[in-house]
Design a protein around this ligand. Structure first.
Ligand code: PHE
Ligand code: ZN
Length: 878
C-alpha cells in the first residue's frame, strides 16, 4: 500500500540502465517466516549509458524486504554509502565494476499477494513477472538488465524437491541435515524470469528429441494427489515443441524443461526459463474431472508458455511498455498452434468472441490503452485483453498482409538479430519489413493508437461496366487521452457470392478471395468482370479487429449462413441476425410492447440444425446467442433488465420452435464412446450439450429426465457438468440441490472440480442469487486467499451472471464493492481485476449508472488503496 498518490510512468521517459549485472548468484535458506536471501551481483557500468561526469548512484528495487547487510568487494558498506527507501536502495558508487553482496530476510508465509516468494499448500514458489523479484531481494528489477543466474536452495528434508532455472549442477546435505541444491541457468535473463520451487512433490517424466538430435528431459511436478492428472499437459508439451520446430524453426535450448502446478496463482501460468509455473487449473486434467474446454485451455496454455522460450525469453522486452512484443506475438503463435491441432474455424470464432466481448469493452472503457501503452501507474494492470488479444490480432494482420512465407522470413530475422537482447515492438516490425522489403510505416499506428475502429461499407454494382465497387470508410472513436485518430492500415479479406451461392472468381484470377489493403479514411475498391450483382462476404476470418457495418438484409444473412465457405463469416451471419432480433426485442421490452418471435433467426437456425454436413462444433456456435456481456458492449444507455428479458425470450422461442429437431440431434449424437479430447469428439459433445440445454429450457419433464440420466451416467466431466448446469438452470430447485450435493460429495477432494462446482452455481442466472453466493463464500471449501476460488464465486457472479449481478435493487454492485475492498488488503492484483464490472458504469442508463458509480465511490472512499486498485478506480471515476 502506498502512502502518497502513485506516480505515472511514461514510455517517453525511458532511459537505459546505468549499470549492468553480469552474474547473479543467489542463496535461499528457506523458512516460512524468515527466509534468508543472499545475493552476490557482479555489477558493471553500462557502456551504453551516459558516461559524462561522476559515476551515478546504483538504484536497486526492493519492496517489503528486511535489509541485513550490504557489502562491496567483500567489505561491509558503512551506512552513509547507501540509503534505504520504501521501494528500494540507493548506493553511492566509486568504481566502474564491483561485486555487491546483499543479505535480506523475507516472510513467504505472510505473502498473500502471490508476487515474490510465497507458500501454496505448504509448497514454496515464486512469481516474479512483472515486478515481483524486488519482493525477493534488492535488484535492478527491469527487463533490460539481463544476467546469468546461479541459485542455491537450502531447505529442511521435508522439502525433497528443490527447483530453479536451468540445469542442476550440485546437490547434497548440510551438516545439520538439510538439503542443498544448486542450479545454473547459462542463458542471460531478466529477473522477471527467475523461479524457485520447493516442496514435497511428485513428478512424471518424459523426453523429447529436438530436430538437431538433442534429448531433452521433460518433467511435470504436482502435489502427490494430482499426479494422475498430468498426461494431457505432457502430451501438449511434446506437440508444442514439435510444432515450434516445424512452423518457426525454433528448438528448445536447455537439457531439461520443467512444469510445476500450484493451486494459488494470480494468472494462468508463467514462462520462467526452464521452469514454467502453472495455475493448477491450467495444467491438471483427467476425463473424469476436466471438461473439453479445460482440456483445450491446457493445451493452449502449455503451448503459450513453451513458445515464450523464444518469443519472450531468448528475445525479451526492453521495458514493460513493450509487453505486447512477447504477449501479442505468443498469443498469435499459440492460437495458430491450437488451430492446427483442432478445428481452425471454431478456434477463430472463440477468439473473436472473446475479443469482441471483453477487448472491445476495454477499448471503450476508462482503462482504454493502445497495444503499446504510453503510460501506467501499475504495470500489473496492463496484462490486458488489449495487450494480449488485440496484440495478437495486430501480429495476425502482419501475417495476412505479408503472407505466411514472408512472415516466417521476418520472424527468422527477428530471432536472429535480437537473440539474447531486450527489444521493442518497433524492432519486431522492422525485422518484418527488412526481411521482405515491405513498408509497414502506416501499419505501426496499430501499436500507438487505441480504440476500436469502425468500418462503414457501401457498395455499388455497375451492370453495364460489369464492375463492382466497395467503398469503405474507417474511423476510430476518441478514447481517454487520445482524440482525432488517424486512419489505420488493415487487411480486409473479401469474397463475392453469386446468386447460386458460389464465390465469383475475382479479377480474372482463379482466386475467390481478395485481401484489400485499407489505408485511407475513405477508399473505394473496384472489382472488374463481375457478371452479376454479388453479395459481399466481408472481413473474412475476421481479418482485422474492427466493427464492420454493412446493411445486410435478413435474407442476405440467411444466404450467407447457408453458403459462405468462410466458416467464421458463416457464423458471423448468424450472430448478426441474432443481434438484430435481440436489439429489436430490447426496444419492445423497454416500450412495454409485445415481444415477437424472431422468425428469420428461427428459420436460419432450423436449417443449420438440419445440416448434418456442417462441423457440429460450428453448428453449436451458430446456435449460441451472443452473451449478455456482448450485447452490453454493443449498446449504450444499457438497460440490463431489457438485455436479460430479450435474451430469455429469444432462447425460449428457439427452444420451443426447434424442440423436435433438438431432440433428434441430441439422440443421434448421444453415442457412448470412450472419452477422448480430440476435435471431432469435442465437436459432437458441444452440439449435443447445446441441444440438451435448449431442450431443458422448455422445462419439459422429458428433457430434464434426459439431463438427469446424462448426469447420472458420469461418463466424463464435459457431459456431467453440462447436464448439471441444465438441471440447476431449468429444473426444480429441490432436485437441483440434491444433484449439487451428490456432485460435491463425490468430488470434494478434487480442487479443480470443486472450482467448477462453485463456478456453475455462482454463474447460474436462476440459481446464483446473491444469497446463494454469500452461502458459497462461507462454504468450508471456499478460500478468500485463493484466486481461483474467488474468480469462481465472486467473478462467476459479477462477470458471468449478468441477470443476478444486475438485480434492480443494486445489491449486486454493493456486494462486489465490499469484496473488492476486502480483497485489496490481501491480493491487490486480484482486487484490481475483479472490480472491472463496476468501472463500466458509464455504459448504463441513469438508474444503473448511478448505482454502480456509487458502489465504485464506496471502494474509493474505503481508505488507503493499493496502487493496483487505485489506478483502476481513479481512472473509472474521472
Ligand atoms: N507472462 C505470463 C503469460 O502470459 C502471464 C503472467 C503475467 C503470469 C504476470 C504471472 C504474472 O504467459
Ligand atoms: Zn504470455
Amino acid at each position: 500500500m502506498q502512502d502518497t498518490q502513485p506516480q505515472t510512468i511514461f514510455l517517453k521517459d525511458y532511459q537505459v540502465p546505468d549499470y549492468l549485472i553480469d552474474r547473479t548468484d543467489l542463496t535461499f535458506d528457506l523458512d516460512p517466516q524468515a527466509t534468508l536471501v543472499k545475493s552476490r551481483l557482479q555489477v558493471r557500468r553500462n557502456p551504453a549509458a551516459d558516461a559524462s561526469g561522476d559515476l551515478p548512484p546504483l538504484w536497486l528495487d526492493g519492496v517489503d524486504l528486511e535489509l541485513l547487510s550490504v557489502a562491496v568487494d567483500g567489505e561491509l558498506l558503512p551506512a552513509q554509502r547507501y540509503s534505504e527507501q520504501t521501494d528500494g536502495l540507493l548506493l553511492t558508487v566509486d568504481k566502474e565494476s564491483f561485486v555487491l553482496e546483499v543479505q535480506t530476510r523475507i516472510a513467504p508465509e505472510s505473502n498473500t499477494s502471490l508476487e515474490g516468494l510465497y507458500l501454496s499448500n505448504g509448497m514454496y514458489c515464486t512469481q516474479c513477472e512483472a515486478e515481483g523479484f524486488r519482493k525477493i531481494t534488492f535488484y535492478p528489477d527491469r527487463p533490460d538488465v539481463m544476467s546469468v543466474f546461479t541459485t542455491t536452495i537450502v531447505a529442511p528434508a521435508t522439502y525433497p524437491v528443490l527447483l530453479s532455472n536451468g540445469n542442476k549442477i550440485d546437490s547434497g546435505t548440510t551438516e545439520d541435515g538439510r538439503l542443498c541444491v544448486t542450479w545454473e541457468d547459462p542463458f542471460a535473463k531478466p529477473s522477471y524470469l527467475f523461479a524457485l520451487v520447493a516442496g514435497d512433490l511428485q513428478f512424471v517424466e518424459d523426453h523429447f528429441t529436438t530436430s538437431s538430435g538433442r534429448k531433452v528431459t521433460l518433467q511435470l511436478f504436482t502435489e502427490p494427489k494430482n499426479i494422475g492428472k498430468t498426461a494431457h499437459a505432457m502430451e501438449s508439451l511434446k506437440k508444442s515443441m514439435k510444432w515450434d520446430e516445424e512452423v518457426y524453426g525454433r528448438e528448445y535450448d536447455l537439457d531439461i524443461f520443467m512444469i510445476v502446478a500450484v493451486d494459488h496463482f494470480n494468472m494462468g501460468a508463467m514462462e520462467n526459463k526452464g521452469l514454467n509455473i502453472f495455475n493448477s487449473a491450467c495444467v491438471l486434467a483427467s476425463p473424469e474431472t476436466a471438461t473439453d474446454a479445460a482440456f483445450q485451455r491446457i493445451e493452449a496454455i502449455v503451448a503459450h508458455e513453451y513458445f515464450h522460450n523464444w518469443s519472450g525469453n531468448r528475445v525479451t522486452c526492453r521495458d514493460w511498455f513493450q509487453l505486447s512484443l512477447k504477449e501479442g506475438f505468443t498469443v498469435f503463435r499459440d492460437a495458430e498452434f491450437s488451430a492446427d491441432m483442432n478445428s481452425r474455424g471454431v478456434k477463430r470464432i472463440e477468439d473473436v468472441t472473446l475479443l469482441r466481448t471483453a477487448q472491445f469493452a476495454e477499448d471503450a472503457g476508462p482503462m482504454s490503452h493502445p497495444v503499446r501503452p504510453d503510460s501506467y501507474m501499475e504495470i500489473s494492470n496492463f496484462y490486458t485483453l488489449t495487450v494480449y488479444e488485440k496484440g495478437a490480432e495486430v501480429v495476425r494482420m502482419i501475417h495476412r498482409l505479408l503472407g505466411a512465407e514472408a512472415f516466417r522470413r521476418g520472424s527468422d530475422l527477428y530471432f536472429e538479430r535480437h537473440d539474447g537482447c531486450a527489444v521493442t515492438c518497433e524492432d519486431f516490425v522492422a525485422a518484418m519489413e527488412d526481411a521482405n522489403g515491405a513498408d509497414l510505416t502506416l501499419f505501426r499506428r496499430w501499436y500507438s493508437q487505441g480504440g476500436t475502429p469502425v468500418l462503414d461499407v457501401e457498395d455499388k454494382y455497375d451492370a453495364e461496366a460489369q464492375e463492382y465497387h466497395l467503398t469503405i470508410r474507417q474511423h476510430t472513436p476518441d478514447t481517454p487521452g487520445q482524440t482525432d485518430k488517424q486512419p489505420l492500415h488493415m487487411p480486409i479479406a473479401v469474397s463475392l457470392l453469386g446468386a447460386d451461392g458460389r464465390e465469383l472468381s475475382l479479377d480474372q484470377e482463379a482466386s475467390i478471395e481478395r485481401v484489400l489493403h485499407l489505408t485511407e479514411a475513405t477508399q473505394t475498391f473496384t472489382f472488374a468482370d463481375i457478371p452479376e450483382r454479388p453479395l459481399p462476404s466481408l472481413l473474412r476470418g475476421f481479418s482485422a479487429p474492427v466493427k464492420l457495418r454493412y446493411r445486410y438484409t435478413s435474407d442476405q444473412l440467411l444466404f450467407l449462413m447457408q453458403y459462405d465457405t468462410d466458416s467464421f463469416n458463416r457464423w458471423d451471419a448468424s450472430q448478426r441476425l441474432a443481434f438484430e432480433a435481440l436489439e429489436q426485442l430490447q426496444r419492445a421490452y423497454r416500450a412495454g410492447g409485445e415481444m415477437q418471435a424472431p422468425e428469420a433467426l428461427l428459420q436460419g437456425l432450423s436449417a443449420v440444425l438440419e445440416n448434418t454436413q456442417l462441423d457440429p462444433a460450428l453448428v453449436a456456435k451458430m446456435l449460441t446467442l451472443p452473451s449478455p456481456q456482448e450485447l452490453a458492449e454493443h449498446g449504450d444507455a444499457i438497460d440490463a433488465q431489457a438485455i436479460v428479458a430479450a435474451r430469455v425470450f429469444v432462447r425460449d422461442s428457439i427452444a420451443k420452435a426447434l424442440a423436435s429437431r433438438f431432440l433428434k440431434r441430441y439422440q443421434s449424437l448421444d453415442q457412448r464412446k470412450p472419452y477422448q479430447p480430440v476435435a471431432e469428439d469435442i465437436a459432437e459433445r458441444s452440439l449435443k450439450n447445446t441441444c440438451l440445454s435448449y431442450l431443458c429450457a422448455t422445462g419439459s419433464a422429458d428433457a430434464l429426465a434426459l439431463a438427469e440420466s446424462q448426469f447420472m451416467r458420469k461418463e466424463n466431466m464435459t457431459d456431467v457438468a453440462a447436464a448439471l448446469a441444465a438441471l440447476i438452470e431449468f429444473g426444480p430447485a429441490d432436485q437441483a440441490e440434491e444433484h449439487l450435493e451428490s456432485f460435491y460429495q463425490q468430488w470434494q477432494q478434487d480442487t479443480q472440480v470443486v472450482e467448477t462446482w462453485f463456478g456453475l452455481q455462482a454463474g447460474s442466472a436462476n440459481y446464483g442469487t446473491l444469497g446463494r453466493v454469500r452461502e458459497l463464500m462461507s462454504h468450508p471449501a471456499f478460500e478468500f486467499t485463493n484466486p481461483n476460488k474467488v474468480r469462481a464465486v465472486v467473478g462467476g457472479f459479477a462477470m458471468r451472471n449478468f441477470a443476478q449481478f444486475h438485480q434492480e435493487d443494486g445489491t449486486g454492485y454493493e456486494f462486489l464493492a465490499e469484496q473488492v475492498i476486502a480483497l485489496d488488503k490481501l491480493n491487490p492484483q486480484i482486487a484490481a481485476r475483479i472490480v472491472t464490472p463496476l468501472t463500466r458504469w458509464r455504459k448504463y442508463r441513469t438508474l444503473e449508472a448511478e448505482q454502480i458509480r456509487s458502489a465504485l465511490q464506496r471502494v474509493s472512499d474505503s481508505g488507503e488503496l493499493s496502487r493496483d486498485l487505485y489506478e483502476v478506480v481513479s481512472k473509472a471515476l474521472e
